[in-house]
Design a protein. Structure first.
Length: 179
């Protein structure tokens, strides 16, 4: 098993280090196979895959950082920047596009205040929401749809339905502040 890197692991929480050790122990014949589990572990603990994550995981597994980076950038579920507390994924594939997916996205932008380059995730200034386009969410018959965290919301074809959808996910039970 490759040795633990000495830096920057000194600053990492001991519970994280223990979980990382346990994860790597499941792959005695190929430490590199622990790349995905360690990326998940890191994101669960710290919210996104930073440069520090890439360097630390590579060192922990005895790999070069590019091997970790190529995995982290291949899978869209890994975040390369801090995300808001609520993650909204709006489908932009054909059925949703024709049924109002763009309007759904624009309404979500207005309600959350998220801004930025729509080729990637965009964030609200209060850190509450992250909004992004994704490909088909496998619910084409009920377009337009979005996922808010782990929940699928269907037929979001009016501003009222979109607002109600956001309200069900607001932190602390408060409604979305913008009407
Ligand atoms: S096209 Fe949107 S769910 Fe399939």
């Amino acid at each position: 098993m490759p040795p633990r890197p000495t830096t920057p692991a000194k600053t990492l929480p001991t519970d994280f280090l223990a979980k990382a050790d346990e994860t790597v122990a499941h792959y005695p014949f190929s430490a590199r196979s622990a790349t995905l589990p360690l990326l998940h572990l890191w994101q669960e603990q710290f919210g996104f895959i930073s440069e520090e994550a890439i360097v630390w995981i590579a060192a922990r597994l005895g790999q070069v950082p590019i091997h970790v980076l190529e995995v982290a950038t291949f899978y869209p579920m890994f975040h390369r920047e801090p995300f808001g507390k609520i993650h909204i994924k709006v489908c932009r594939t054909l059925s949703c596009e024709l049924a109002g997916g763009r309007e759904l996205f624009e309404t979500m932008k207005r309600l959350t205040g998220a801004t930025g380059d729509e080729h990637g995730p965009i964030h609200s200034p209060d850190g509450r929401y992250t909004l992004e386009f994704v490909e088909c969410l496998a619910s084409c018959g009920t377009a337009p749809v979005c996922m808010v965290d782990e929940t699928l919301h269907e037929k979001l074809d009016t501003p009222e339905k979109i607002k109600a959808c956001l309200d069900t996910h607001s932190t602390g039970g408060e409604p979305c502040p913008i009407t």
